[in-house]
Design a protein around this ligand. Sequence first.
Ligand SMILES: Nc1nc2c(ncn2[C@@H]2O[C@H](COP(=O)(O)OP(=O)(O)OP(=O)(O)O)[C@@H](O)[C@H]2O)c(=O)[nH]1
Ligand SMILES: [Mg+2]
Length: 494
Amino acid sequence: MPEQVDNSPVPGDERAWRIAQRVLSREGTALNAPEDATSAGDLDWDERTSLSRVAGLHHDATDISEVEYRQLRLERVFLVGLASTGSVEDAEISLRELAALAETAGSQVLGGVVQRRRTPDPATFIGSGKARELASLVADEGADTVIVDSELHPSQRRGLEDVVKVKVIDRTALILDIFAQHARSREGKAQVELAQLTYLLPRLRGWGESMSRQAGGRVAAGAGIGSRGPGETKIELDRRRINQRMAKLRREIAHMKRHRETSRATRRARAVPAVAIAGYTNAGKSSLLNRLTGDDVLVHNALFATLDPTVRHARTPDGRDYTLTDTVGFVSRLPHELVEAFRSTLEEIAEADVIVHVVDAAHPDPLAQIRAVTDVLATIPGASEITSIIALNKADLASPVQLASLRAHLGRHVVCSALTGQGIDELRALIAEALPRPHVPIDALIPFSHLDLVSRLHTEGEIDTEDYTEQGVHIVGRARPDLADALREARRTP
Ligand SMILES: Nc1nc2c(ncn2[C@@H]2O[C@H](COP(=O)(O)OP(=O)(O)OP(=O)(O)O)[C@@H](O)[C@H]2O)c(=O)[nH]1
Ligand SMILES: [Mg+2]
């Protein structure tokens, strides 16, 4: 159920109030979403984009902050990047990615500029002269939004906005928006909303000071919301309500995480090894999953097509079962709010026995993408120790020279294409080889009343010899400890 919200308008800080209200009471958030765990694969892309393209309210420039953390109704955008530490080429690659992100969010990219500057300008990010140049570019192109390829301080955003006269948003807000548009499961929605509120909170503070004076006194007396007595200001109340909401979301997420751990534990108990497919967004993770399992998970040439982990069953060429999990894609400078929010999803990767790290070999800078992924993986306890296989995907698009120079930098890898099927058998074989092997020796006569154990031995264990006798099936081979225990138990209770 959505929380009960006090809607009384308060003079002076009406805007702040209204924005907070809408975040807290908006539709389709985790807490009032239907109780299902729809996987991304079950949803058609068109349906999703049509959801995100519902005709929006027309935002005027005064409502920018709201636009930031609600769905951005971007139409015609202009991009700005800064080449400070890296090269101009790097900044350009990053800006092209920003363009793809903006398109994924549903906007039309009119153009973009990269500015070389050692450090960002504290007032306008790009410096006042450049900001004026940008203003005329924006006016010429008829853009209504500027997206900056960095995380902006709230005052920089306001400063730049004052000069360019259209709304300005940053890369973080854009990524958060895409996640908000794409999240389907309850857990995904809760995680994104938590990330958005985390992003919003310090930005609310910016305009809190002056407004609290205007609102003054008891004006905020939000009866029923843990009334804190006189002197409380509206903005503090909003902040408290947001904090309450965040606490509630955290509890929900913890609860759903326990649920997921239970199903994970069930898989573990059945000793089915797990393989996680990880990698940069748009690398072809879902396509590879489909190739490996003959499934039909959503594939789309867009960033972050997959947000919810999808688990599928697969089998090695020699008949052993394992699970394959498709995971959310990574992106350079993933907002830390999101890394935090998606930690439980990322932990799914840490639980895997093998990680298949999918790389778009045809990308202009695949090594940077690999680094972005391994950097995030390094923050998940246990993840860096897991056997990982690099799948250099989209080999059909990459030139032989490109592939050769990339391969020189990599450890265990396979060159493949989810599109043509090239290298898929090799990938299957590498996965099979990397999966943990059953190691408890078995030499058992299994009574016919326990044929289920015979079939488990076929899919989970390794069989050297199998003889059907009058008393049952005599099997020699190896199994995992839990199956070995079950076999012992079965012999005791024929
Ligand atoms: N040419 C070519 N295109 C591919 C290949 N693999 C995937 N693609 C395309 O790349 C795009 C992204 O593929 P997805 O499988 O959705 O990628 P993903 O890694 O799951 O992406 P997200 O879920 O958005 O992070 C789609 O347009 C695919 O058709 C490949 O081997 N060759
Ligand atoms: Mg995907």
